[in-house]
Design a protein. Structure first.
Length: 392
């Protein structure tokens, strides 16, 4: 059977020029990995990986001759990053892994595509494609991809032992393909369970990279249920539960709020706020948002107040993670209320009160009292009205 796919790179002159350079030097050059997988599935992609039978040194020489920028940080593993027209392409020589050390390996370069395919993780990632769109499928994996079957190449335990990140990658694809427990064969489940403690060998950056992708799918709670039940994340995350995540996903639809992987992360354990930074690689701003969501849930009862105090992201986090149902809005008014809070400006400052009192704790308490009155009025009290209240 012949398949025709819409090639997203058909007008990519930078890619075509690089491939032409490699082929003109006597090598072969095929796209491989996520760009091929997503093209076949009709999904978007960002990175383009190229596999070639040329040695890394040859790739470097050819690229420099053509005037491309060359980055050699992965050359010992056969990977050279080529920059052409401001675009980055990873070009990797066909290889087999002789011995693996976690996420590192001793490699042997080869000219055989099948050997290169066999060292990859899942069958769906072992498909190659020419720029023309021709598919080369050395392991006969196309049907697995078309049926969205997530199958390790060869023995699941051996593949996971080579690289423990493959445990989380498996569940990421399970989530992206909307698959469940019944889609995991027994050998694979046993291997995932056997090596689950090795997830702790991964960096927080790698863990967060995969968890973000899982949290970003439409219904991530189903895959998290499996991971929680099997203890896949026990060694790397605090105690988590899926009920909060399920409620957030439901609330997103009810209130027409766009999904946020950060808010969904918070829902897995609402008690730790900024301390999520000890488990996954968050920016300081992301950690601050999580802490503000925690604080807002503890101290505030109105969406507009949270929006005024903390901004849109925290307000949406408060709304989606609230459990008592005491919302001050109806679904169609969410955006309007958040905008009202975010745009509200308290009309007085401490300077306005200095005629009545000196700087100090009392001034701060008075400002806080007046701000509460202003918030309670729906941000409607004027400066004059507030100042009159300061004298009462």
């Amino acid at each position: 059977m012949k398949y025709e796919f819409d090639k997203a790179w058909k007008s990519d002159s930078a890619l075509k020029a690089l491939v032409h350079s490699l082929e003109s030097a006597g090598g072969v050059a095929y796209l491989v990995g996520g760009c091929v997988r997503n093209t076949i599935l009709g999904k978007p992609f960002t990175d383009i990986d190229i596999a070639t039978d040329l040695l890394p040194e040859q790739v470097v020489s050819i690229s420099k001759k053509e005037g491309y920028k060359v980055i050699q940080t992965g050359i010992s593993y056969g990977t050279v990053t080529i920059v052409n027209a401001g675009r980055k392409f990873e070009v990797t020589t066909f290889r087999s892994d002789i011995k693996t050390y976690g996420r590192k390996a001793s490699v042997k370069f080869t000219t055989e595509m099948k050997l290169d395919a066999m060292r990859r993780d899942f069958t769906m990632n072992s498909i190659y494609m020419a720029v023309s769109g021709e598919i080369i499928d050395p392991l006969g994996s196309l049907d697995d991809l078309l049926e969205k079957k997530i199958k390790f190449i060869g023995n699941p335990s051996e593949r996971i032992e080579e690289d423990n990140l493959r445990i989380l990658r498996f569940f990421r694809f399970l989530a992206e393909f909307n698959k469940g427990r019944s889609d995991i064969d027994q050998d694979t489940m046993e291997a995932l369970y056997k090596y689950k403690k090795e997830v702790k060998s991964l960096s927080r950056e790698r863990i967060w990279m995969e968890l973000k992708r899982i949290l970003s799918v439409p219904e991530p709670q189903h895959v998290f249920s499996i991971m929680i039940e099997e203890g896949i994340l026990d060694e790397v995350l605090p105690p988590i539960e899926v009920e909060g995540l399920s409620k957030v996903v439901t609330a997103e639809k009810e209130y027409s709020v766009s999904p946020s992987h950060l808010i969904r992360l918070f829902s897995l354990n609402k008690s730790i706020g900024k301390n999520w930074v000890h488990y996954v690689s968050l920016t300081s701003n992301e950690a601050k948002i999580l802490e503000f969501i925690k604080e807002s849930l503890a101290h505030y009862k109105e969406l507009k107040t949270v929006a005024y105090k903390f901004g849109r992201g925290v307000a949406e986090g408060w709304l989606l993670n609230s459990c008592d149902g005491s919302f001050d809005v109806i679904p169609g008014k969410i955006s309007e209320i958040i905008n009202t809070g975010c745009n509200a400006f308290f009309p007085i400052s401490g300077v306005d009160l200095l005629e009545e009192m000196e700087e100090g704790p009392e001034l701060g308490r008075q400002m806080e009292r007046l701000e509460k009155l202003w918030i309670k009025s729906g941000f409607k009290m004027s400066k004059e009205e507030l100042l009159s209240k300061s004298k009462s």
